[in-house]
Ligand binder design. Structure first.
Ligand SMILES: Cc1cc2nc3c(=O)[nH]c(=O)nc-3n(C[C@H](O)[C@H](O)[C@H](O)COP(=O)(O)OP(=O)(O)OC[C@H]3O[C@@H](n4cnc5c(N)ncnc54)[C@H](O)[C@@H]3O)c2cc1C
Length: 308
């Protein structure tokens, strides 16, 4: 085993993807360090109902705590800091963070997730609205909980139209509202009409969340009250460490799906939301398992330990 590096694998990210990768690597008897900056999106989940194995749901904080404990039990180590740069030198990856000593690893798994593009509310009010379930960002995750509810969708463009149509499976009371003005094509408008989805006009003036509802004021319109509002404003993948190392991006700014199993950079893999696909806990876990196993087998190959 090469002892000139500090770690066999550094995993950047302590969300469902990174922690699954760390668990698998630790159980392959690999020296694995998880570096994270404490910003897993999962930590913001009030109660997830679609994480398999938790029929009564589990909070994101609880899930991440359990996953961390699980990976640590087998020897994975955790370090909280923001990675500012990763580069290759002398056959190793050098992981840097401002003001901290560098870390050397033979392989790296990027499980850095995404940032949501959010509505403009103060941090406290925004997070309370998420906890109260009146502001939601992921219909796949939680639209079931709003079956037959009065649902607003913010963002009157193709993304918003697609999200409104997706939500139509759950309720026949859906209203699509613009942030500034509607940008729908005639065909999109026709499909929304056919599905019975209302399209409101007027720029968003004010969003007022309460514990059981959320009020939306559009310029020139009477204030409307909804059980829940889903902003459809897209996201910003945290892909910059990957692109700096030479990985490409998809049209949506994510790392390409093949980076989970065979990336364009030797010794580098990616997992979870940062990879183009379905932004879900179960997918992130699957990616983590795959990337970790690829990394382990690559290390075995490097060390001449595989069947030839
Ligand atoms: C409110 C809300 C509700 C949700 N509900 C559900 C649900 O019910 N079901 C479901 O399946 N999904 C749900 N999701 C989505 C789910 O949280 C994500 O799909 C999941 O967290 C993705 O895991 P990940 O490991 O890819 O990324 P994340 O969990 O976001 O983790 C990314 C990690 O990378 C770290 N990181 C990034 N860049 C750096 C850096 N430069 N240096 C150091 N660390 C870095 C972060 O600190 C973090 O630890 C929800 C999300 C939100 C916000």
């Amino acid at each position: 085993m090469d002892q000139s590096t500090d770690w066999d694998v550094v995993v950047v990210g302590a969300g469902p993807a990174g922690l699954t990768a760390a668990l698998y690597l630790a159980r392959y008897h690999r020296r694995v360090l998880v570096i994270h900056d404490g910003k897993s999106r999962a930590l913001r989940i009030p109660l997830t109902h679609n994480a398999p194995g938790y029929p009564d749901g589990i909070t994101g904080i609880d899930l991440i705590a359990r996953m961390t404990e699980h990976a640590e039990k087998y020897g994975a180590e955790m370090l909280e800091m923001c990675v500012s740069n990763i580069r290759r030198a002398d056959g190793a990856f050098i992981v840097s963070s401002d003001g901290q000593p560098d870390t050397r690893a033979r392989g790296v798994i990027l499980a850095t997730g995404i940032f949501l593009n959010e509505v403009d509310l103060s941090r406290d009010v925004h997070e309370q609205a998420i906890k109260d379930g009146v502001l939601r960002y992921c219909p796949i995750c939680d639209a079931y909980e709003h079956t037959d509810a009065n649902i607003g969708v913010l963002g009157c463009d193709s993304n918003g139209a697609a999200e409104a149509l997706f939500l139509r499976q759950y309720s026949d009371r859906i209203t699509l509202m613009p942030l500034s003005h509607p940008e729908l094509t005639a065909s999109e408008q026709a499909q929304l009409d056919q599905a019975g989805i209302k399209v409101a006009h007027g720029a968003l003036a004010k969003l007022t969340p309460h514990s059981d509802r959320i009020e939306v004021a559009l310029e020139g319109q009477q204030e409307a009250s909804f059980d829940v509002v889903y902003p459809a404003l897209g996201c910003s993948p945290r892909a910059e460490l990957g692109t700096a190392l030479g990985l490409g991006l998809t049209d949506t700014g994510c790392l390409p799906p093949e980076a989970v199993t065979k990336s364009a950079v030797e010794g580098l893999w990616a997992a979870g939301d940062v990879v183009e696909g379905l932004d879900q806990i179960s997918v992130a876990m699957g990616h983590g398992a795959l990337a970790a196993t690829k990394a382990h087998n690559w290390l075995r190959e490097q060390d001449g330990e595989t069947l030839t």
